[in-house]
Design a protein around this ligand. Structure first.
Ligand code: CTP
Length: 500
């Protein structure tokens, strides 16, 4: 209704989005019928905003694809605390969206007084499990130092497009692509103008131009600069290009005696907007999933281990597919040569005993998938110093490792609702898998033939037989990523089934 009127009129004027907000909101509020006006008043009071500011917030939200609010209007912007309300209490902290965990966020800090708040933003995002990289524009150096930002991020801050160290180390194209979201905070009028113009005249602008990832900007500037037609025109273009906005808020400016709209959104609000963007509901939203992956390495001495040829590709693909389906995923991985999949928590272990401890610590979960190739035995005694050659080969006494899958599947309390194992076989694949299903007490076994000629161990493809109490389902040969997706679909279907 409100949003509809405003958006239609702005479309007529050739600006689809926030470009004409200050003008439109004053017209719209006056023209509202009494019933809507009353609801708007209540909503504005709830958020501590004026009715005009409330309309602006609704219109900003209407450009995104957020939730429906109580006026039936799509709202994306997080709740805005009243200006000057002081720091938010911990109780204000929004619930942590599962998918912000381990998300890679590139924060671009523009040159405005609000840059000091970006240091707090780094912390807020890290508290939610995000991994941060930062770029500082040249102007930002006047407000925060690359040293302070780098120290907070745990990685040096990037500043220069033509820095040979950056280009050899992490090129601007990689900065633009190896991320899940780019946040520009503060987004100054100048940076917004350069973004809208498609400029690439410094590292920040070049990265923003080169990226194919979502962009969230938190504008911050003097109220007159914010209201300027040029700024609003640039913003309208950016929003039409799919860039999302959080803030600015109304309130006191840094300059004495200046007040109005232009304050950067508070770090908590920006963090909430990031969570809203990263939260991708899927068939496993609300489910907690544990995946084990990779080999284990059992020490013989400080330099030697008993290990196996597992690459971890299948387990990692399953964890990534579960996270992409909206699940809250913990991946417990032995030593692998793979990057961490995005949007999930990774616990790294070496030995079977460590893996069991990490798995038990992760419970309760709804689903547990045991894809790790756990070493069945470990040396009874690992030597504290390197075993030297003395002419005779040493004799290793081995002891059996705990069976992690069987331990969890046989738990009396806290057993995951769905326990899924793998069977790595070289002979009688299905028959051996059926025996393992019964012995280990799991619900499904994914059996595969790991004979060297199949190339499955370490390769990118897999051929799976799903063995359950109901029978055997044989899947065609496919990539490990496709196997992962098919398994996640089957898991989601099983939960749907039990709901009915
Ligand atoms: N597994 C486990 N802990 C172990 C051994 C295996 O959790 N100590 C799990 C694996 O992650 C897999 C399943 O059990 O999901 C079957 O593993 P597999 O290596 O095929 O069989 P094993 O139990 O080791 O039996 P065998 O070596 O005799 O085939």
């Amino acid at each position: 209704m409100i949003a509809l009127i405003a958006l239609q009129s702005s479309a007529k004027m050739g600006a689809k989005t926030t470009g004409d907000l200050p003008r439109m909101s004053s017209i719209t509020v006056r023209k509202l019928d009494e019933r809507l006006k009353k609801r708007l008043r209540v909503r504005a009071a709830k958020h501590g905003r004026s009715m005009e500011d409330e309309v602006r917030a609704i219109l900003r939200g209407a450009t995104g694809d957020g939730d429906q609010d109580d006026l039936g209007i799509a709202v994306h912007a997080p709740e805005v605390r009243p200006a000057g309300a002081g720091p938010a209490s911990p109780a204000d902290t929004p619930p942590v969206a599962t998918t912000i965990r381990s998300a890679r966020i590139l924060l671009i800090i523009g040159g405005g007084i609000a840059a000091y708040k970006s240091l707090d933003l780094v912390r807020r995002l890290q508290d939610r499990g995000a991994r941060l990289r930062c770029i500082l524009t040249r102007a930002a150096h006047h407000f925060v130092t690359p040293l302070a930002v780098g120290a907070l991020c745990g990685e040096r801050a990037y500043t220069d497009l033509f820095d040979p160290r950056s280009e050899l180390d992490v090129s601007h194209i990689r900065l633009a692509r190896d991320t899940d979201l780019i946040v520009v905070a503060p987004a100054t009028a100048d940076l917004i103008a350069r973004m809208a113009g498609g400029r690439a005249d410094d590292l920040a602008a070049a990265v923003l131009l080169a990226t194919d990832k979502p962009i969230l900007i938190a504008p911050a500037m003097n109220p007159h600069m914010w209201a300027a037609k040029a700024t609003q025109r640039n913003l309208a273009r950016l929003v039409a290009d799919g860039v999302r906005l959080v803030g600015p808020n109304a309130g006191e400016m840094a300059e004495r005696g200046e007040a109005g709209t232009g304050r950067m959104a508070e770090p908590l609000e920006i963090a909430a907007a990031v969570e809203a963007i990263m939260r991708r509901p899927g068939p496993l939203t609300g489910k907690r999933v544990l995946v084990t992956s990779g080999p284990t390495a059992e020490p013989i001495d400080p330099v030697r281990v008993i290990a196996n040829r597992s690459s971890g590709k299948q387990g990692h693909a399953i964890a990534a597919a579960a996270a992409a389906a909206g699940a809250d995923v913990v991946l417990v991985s032995g030593p692998v040569n793979l990057p961490d999949p995005p949007c999930l928590a990774v616990v790294r272990v070496e030995t079977a005993q460590q893996m069991l401890a990490a798995v038990e610590k992760t419970l309760p979960v709804d689903v547990a998938v045991f894809a790790a190739a756990v070493a069945d035995w470990r040396p009874r005694h690992a030597s504290q110093s390197k075993i030297k050659k003395h002419g005779r080969a040493p004799t290793l006494e081995l002891v059996e490792n705990p069976d992690i899958l069987s331990t969890i599947a046989h738990r009396k309390s806290g057993r995951p609702r769905l326990v899924i194992g793998f069977a790595a076989e070289t002979d009688h694949v299905v028959a051996n898998a059926q025996a393992k299903l019964a012995k280990k007490g799991c619900d499904w076994i994914l059996a595969n033939d790991v004979s060297p000629e199949t190339g499955i161990m370490g390769g990118d493809a897999n051929t799976i037989h799903v063995v359950t109490a109901d029978g055997v389902e044989s899947w065609p040969p496919q990539s490990k990523n496709d196997v992962a997706r098919a398994l996640i679909e089957r898991i989601a279907a099983a939960f749907q089934e039990t709901k009915r």
